[in-house]
Design a binder for this molecule. Structure first.
Ligand SMILES: C[S@@+](CC[C@H](N)C(=O)[O-])C[C@H]1O[C@@H](n2cnc3c(N)ncnc32)[C@H](O)[C@@H]1O
Length: 310
């Protein structure tokens, strides 16, 4: 099962940048500018918000059945790195944003943190509560939309030492209200650690490839990698987060600088960043799994911090 690895199908294509000479660009602008479509340069897709929420609820139980017990992405790439960057101390108040079925929230609770998990899928939150009992941990959960800033702020300004959001930014139609509210919910000096599909290597416009060629020395080599196009333009695509899921879901592609700028505008600075990849497969395969491409990081993990008040 290949989580966060399904094929991507375009939903809302934007005009891709045309790479031509400056003179030609000038000519195109002079003659065609009045008729050209404006590219989307913001990060927000409110027009897809309600459908996105419906799809997450439709897929929630199936998703939890598939990966609630963990998989290689969570076990190797996401959770250990996120936990290290988060530097949670016993007694810390931690907000787990878009917590899904609460896997990471429970992991933090076992480290002694007081965790509140929020997600807008009531089906996921139902699973969270069931899994709390099964795991014998106490985590508080709320059904909440991260695009709803007043609801987020009702959790308490400066109430949290840490906030975390694992593998959900690309699933969210809006990230500006999230960054703004988390910057107010955290105490001065607080960390916000978030992981997401690496927008350069694992996003809507990416195709994985395998090719065979000869080196100058006369030996055949097999290369596996990714091909990228239309990186700069934010776009909403349909995708399978897990191949075979009941309904395709949205993937909101945003280039890296736009994602990070939203955090900077909310008052954060970055003080740590990781691009983990899976270790090389023990046996050579003809497939195109992420484990076959150990030089390419499929996810990125960022730690943002609020300045300490003087
Ligand atoms: C890929 S899952 C990740 C879940 C969990 N953090 C994990 O790592 O397993 C993405 C989650 O984002 C949630 N989500 C997407 N948009 C949201 C929004 N606007 N408000 C709250 N939750 C949202 C979905 O319901 C889903 O649980």
């Amino acid at each position: 099962m290949d989580e966060w690895g399904g094929s991507k199908y375009i939903a809302d294509a934007e005009l891709s940048p045309v790479h031509v000479t400056p003179i030609l660009i000038e000519t195109i602008h002079q003659f065609f500018a009045p008729h050209m479509t404006t590219e989307k340069h913001n990060t927000e897709f409110p027009e897809h918000a309600s459908e996105n929420s419906r799809i997450w609820n439709a897929n929630a139980q199936w998703w939890d059945d598939q990966i609630g017990g963990g998989n290689v992405f969570q076990d190797v790439l996401i959770e250990p790195h996120t936990e290290r960057l988060l530097e949670v101390r016993p007694g810390d108040m931690v907000l787990d944003v878009a917590c899904g079925a609460g896997r990471f929230a429970r992991r933090l609770a076992k480290l002694g943190a007081k965790v509140i998990g929020i997600d807008y899928s009531d089906k996921f939150i139902e699973r969270c509560k069931q899994r709390n009992v099964a795991d014998g941990v106490e985590v508080e959960y709320h059904i909440m939309d991260t695009c709803d800033e007043p609801a987020m702020l009702s959790l308490g300004e400066k109430a949290f030492d840490r906030a975390v959001c694992t593998m959900a930014l690309m699933d969210m139609p809006c990230i500006e209200p999230l960054m703004r509210s988390v910057s107010k919910l955290l105490k001065p000096g607080g960390y916000f650690v978030f992981s997401f599909l690496h927008p350069c290597f694992h996003s809507a416009t990416i195709q994985r490839f395998v090719e065979m060629g000869e080196e100058q020395s006369g030996r055949h080599v097999v290369r596996k990698g990714v091909k990228v196009w239309e990186y700069l333009t934010p776009a909403a695509w349909m995708t399978e987060g897990i191949i075979g899921q009941p309904e395709p879901q949205f993937c909101f592609h945003r280039p890296l600088h736009l994602i990070l700028n939203v955090g900077f505008q909310a008052g954060f600075v970055i003080d740590a960043l990781e691009e983990p990849a899976l270790p090389p497969a023990e046996t050579e395969s003809e497939g195109l799994r992420w484990i076959d491409m150990s030089e390419i990081p499929p996810v990125m993990i960022v730690r943002m911090q609020l300045p300490v008040e003087s």
